[in-house]
Structure formats: structure tokens, C-alpha cells
Design a protein around this ligand. Structure first.
Ligand SMILES: CC(C)(COP(=O)(O)OP(=O)(O)OC[C@H]1O[C@@H](n2cnc3c(N)ncnc32)[C@H](O)[C@@H]1OP(=O)(O)O)[C@@H](O)C(=O)NCCC(=O)NCCS
Length: 138
């Protein structure tokens, strides 16, 4: 078995984003207006993309969005590998001092293991509760 993390095109994330996160919405729902400005990462298992995440940098902050692992591959550590990779990427960039995300509330414990901390900012979208989490990477 070979595992590889590489940059991919936004288009290559759509299928997993849709299938894993919003299967009941149209495919367009998972396409972001600024997808072309993002840096998209895929974790490939034997050349097949099984986990994706997208990074958007604005000023000195990097936001990761649309983090999804194929349902049948969840819980095997692939998401952790991908998150560790993007933390490494932003930590090496001297212009970035913060990594943040809109975390689904049920994922806060997972992110806390990577040093992300909860802020007081919360909101709801399509019946899902979110909390903004962040990590200093300077
Ligand atoms: C969030 C998500 C991307 C994580 O990806 P993943 O590949 O399942 O991540 P991991 O396997 O590294 O970690 C998932 C869990 O398995 C555990 N785990 C990691 N490696 C493991 C291993 N080798 N053996 C057993 N468990 C393991 C982790 O500790 C984690 O536990 P937790 O959910 O209790 O915190 C994935 O669950 C997903 O796609 N969820 C649906 C979409 C979503 O919620 N996206 C995030 C929005 S904020």
C-alpha cells in the first residue's frame, strides 16, 4: 500500500466533498467561489484520493476548509496525516501566523489534539453547529 500527500486541483476535491459532507445537496453546494485561489491537498492511497482539505490564505491567516475523508476510510489516521501536513506547510511559511477553521462542533476534540483552540465564535449552517477554532503557527 502506498500513501502520498500532494497538491491537487480544486476540481479533484468536489467528489469527496460532496459524498462525505453534503450528499443531499447539489454538487454546486460544495464548490467555493474562491476555490481557484485555494491550495488543495489530497491524500492518495494507492493513487486514489481518499482524503482532501483546502487551504485559503488571507493576510497572515490560513483557513482550512472542506476537510473530508472517504467514509469507508475514516478512523484510520489519514485525516490526521493530512492535517499534520497542512500544519507543517503553514508553519514553514513565515507570512502565516495563524491557522483557523470553522469546526463542526462534534469535531472539536479531534482538532484540539492538533493544538487548535476553541474561540468564542459560534454559528449554525444548514442545521450544523460550528465553532471557530484556531492555532498560532508563528
Ligand atoms: C473529520 C475527518 C476529515 C477526519 O478524517 P479521518 O481520516 O477520519 O481522520 P483520522 O482517522 O485521522 O481521525 C479520526 C478519528 O480516528 C482516530 N484515529 C486516528 N488514527 C487511528 C488509527 N490508526 N486507529 C484508530 N483510530 C484512529 C482519531 O483519533 C480520530 O478520533 P476522534 O474522531 O474520536 O477524534 C473525517 O471524519 C470526515 O471526513 N468527517 C466528515 C466530514 C467532516 O466532518 N469534516 C470536518 C468538518 S469540521
Amino acid at each position: 500500500m502506498s500513501i502520498k500527500i500532494k497538491e491537487i486541483h480544486a476540481k479533484e476535491t468536489y467528489h469527496l466533498r460532496h459524498q462525505v459532507m453534503w450528499p443531499n445537496k447539489p454538487l454546486e453546494f460544495v464548490m467555493l467561489d474562491n476555490d481557484e485561489e485555494g491550495i488543495h491537498f489530497g491524500l492518495l492511497k494507492d493513487s486514489i484520493i481518499i482524503s482532501v482539505v483546502s487551504l485559503f490564505i488571507e493576510n497572515n491567516a490560513a483557513q482550512f476548509r472542506k476537510f473530508a475523508t472517504n467514509a469507508s476510510e475514516q478512523g484510520n489516521g489519514y485525516g490526521s496525516m493530512l492535517l499534520t501536513h497542512i500544519i507543517d506547510v503553514v508553519s514553514k511559511d513565515k507570512n502565516i501566523d495563524k491557522l483557523w477553521c470553522n469546526a463542526r462542533v462534534d469535531k472539536t476534540l479531534f482538532y484540539e489534539r492538533f493544538g487548535m483552540v476553541q474561540t468564542t465564535k459560534r454559528f449554525n449552517k444548514a442545521d450544523i453547529q460550528y465553532i471557530i477554532m484556531e492555532k498560532n503557527v508563528s
